[in-house]
Design a protein around this ligand. Structure first.
Ligand code: UDP
Length: 472
């Protein structure tokens, strides 16, 4: 087959954490739906859940598969069941975990030699993959898993250090990541990530141009990164099953969840979930419980499951709480089918930690947000939602922490929940959110901006392939 008609084969290598694996699986599906061969790289532990997400696509005839690499957990001193960033709890374990991922280079090289992909799409947290792709002579694309606003914002802060020159910026100094303010292990990792990004062929983003044209342009022209905005990736999941099978095994039956929502009025339910990593202590969870009840609103609240505590006996749970809220609230302990919930018309607001996947999923569903960032780049996403898109307001968290949330009192929870669901301001935000949701859908349809950006990327990759074929 000549290069112009050659079926492009791409490797997708996510970092081993739910917020990274989920969009990468969606991305592999999106490329397969455009005629490419997509190969996802997973560890044996995660292969079954990857397969569950892609089986229907395979059955429909799309060329998508999963290959495995072994994470050397024992070698870095981690227990065998820690094959997921959300299972390692201390700073030290997280460093061991990252070190483990850097030891996958030879396995990756062997896979590239054997399966000869045309390109590797690598998670940003695997900067070492640039050495492997350079050696194997294939292009590497970086996936940050966040918005152009946040990538451009963090890069400008890293390069120009405004926090050292002014005492207060819109994103306050306390809300900046600690590794920007002082030199830590993470600072070195971020520098390495940026260096590998500069040496890469380009950047793919789970976003769409109409959502953030100024920041997408800024990233491309001012910061000079070749980038393609190809999202929202979650929109490739059209059926109930597809939406329910993202990430971990849901702790509630999807039909039961839908039945609960079906019996509620439009925009009458608040959904509260803080993603896969952020954790709150019992005191904070207790405040949320009290605030939700006092708001008098209906809610679905996702709380991390503590395997050591019997359900209903948790320290944070107020006495008799679940019988009191029986008709009003649903507590999901563990994993929720988030996109399924957000897409339901009964959901009128989302209290979120502002992980980018959650933020974009809310935009895509047209749901306004109460922002409650915790760590990572979540404060950037908060500013983007509240100050640029104006489809949410903040609950008032002042300080960036690595994983454990700030203490927000129940009265603020109560007030925020009422404010996002009821009244003229809520309506206005919802109108704006719905308009963005329309644009999101338009972007991924044939001829839309993300559709076209992906087409342009495939075209460039084909040219790369031709140039490579001519040389060899
Ligand atoms: N998610 C989910 N159910 C849950 C918690 C999270 O489906 O109970 C999904 C959510 O839809 C999103 C991802 O997990 O796609 C979380 O990614 P995000 O960037 O929002 O946050 P992170 O977990 O990386 O902090």
């Amino acid at each position: 087959m000549d290069s112009a008609n050659h079926q492009l084969h791409l490797f997708f290598f996510p970092f081993i954490a739910p917020g990274h694996m989920i969009p990468m699986i969606d991305m592999a599906k999106v490329f397969a739906m455009r005629g490419c061969k997509s190969t996802l790289i997973a560890t044996p532990h995660h292969k079954p859940s990857f397969m569950k997400s892609i089986t229907k696509f395979k059955d429909l005839g799309f060329d998508i598969d999963v290959v495995t690499v072994m994470l050397p957990l024992k070698e870095v001193g981690l227990p065998e069941d820690s094959d997921n960033m959300n299972r390692v709890t201390s700073m030290e374990m997280r460093q061991q975990f990252r070190r483990g991922t850097t030891m996958l280079d030879q396995q990756l090289e062997l896979l590239i030699e054997k399966l000869t992909p045309d390109c590797l799409i690598s998670d940003m947290f695997l900067p070492w993959t640039i050495k492997v792709t350079a050696k194997c002579g294939i292009p590497r694309l970086v996936f940050h898993g966040t918005s152009a606003f946040s990538v451009a914002g963090t890069e400008c802060v890293r390069l120009y250090e405004p926090h050292k020159k002014v005492s207060k910026i819109t994103l306050s100094r306390m809300q900046l990541q600690d590794f920007v303010k002082e030199e830590t292990e993470f600072t070195k990792l971020m520098d390495e990530i940026k260096e590998s990004e500069k040496r890469s062929f380009g950047v793919v983003m789970n976003s769409f141009y109409e959502l953030e044209p100024a920041y997408a342009d800024h990233y491309r022209t001012f910061l000079g990164r070749r980038s393609w905005l190809i999202g929202p990736l979650s929109l490739c999941n059209k059926e109930i099953e597809d939406k329910a099978h993202r990430g971990e095994q849901a702790s509630i039956d999807q039909l039961e969840c839908l039945k609960w929502l079906d019996s509620r009025q439009t925009n009458s339910v608040i959904y509260i979930c803080f993603g896969s990593m952020a954790n709150f202590n019992a005191a904070q969870l207790h405040e949320i419980a009290i605030g939700l009840e006092a708001s008098g609103q209906q809610f679905i609240w996702v709380v991390k499951k503590d395997p050591n505590v019997e359900e209903g006996k948790e320290e944070w749970l107020p006495d008799g709480y679940e019988s009191r809220i029986q008709n009003k609230g649903l507590i999901i302990r563990g994993w929720a089918p988030q996109v399924l919930i957000l897409d339901h018309k009964a959901v009128g607001g989302f209290v979120t930690h502002c992980g980018w996947n959650s933020t974009l999923e809310a935009v895509t569903a047209g749901v306004p947000m109460v922002t409650w960032p915790v760590g990572a780049e979540q404060f950037y996403n908060e500013k983007f939602v509240t100050q640029v898109l104006k489809i949410g307001f903040d609950i008032g968290v002042k300080k960036w922490v690595r994983w454990f949330g700030d203490s927000v009192k129940s009265d603020r929870v109560e007030e925020a929940v009422k404010r996002i669901l009821v009244g003229e301001e809520a309506e206005e935000m919802r109108r704006r959110a719905k308009a963005l949701a329309e644009m999101a859908r338009g972007a991924v349809e044939e001829g839309g901006s993300s559709w076209s950006d992906l087409g342009a990327l495939l075209q460039v990759l084909r040219l790369q392939r031709s140039a490579h074929d001519e040389k060899t």
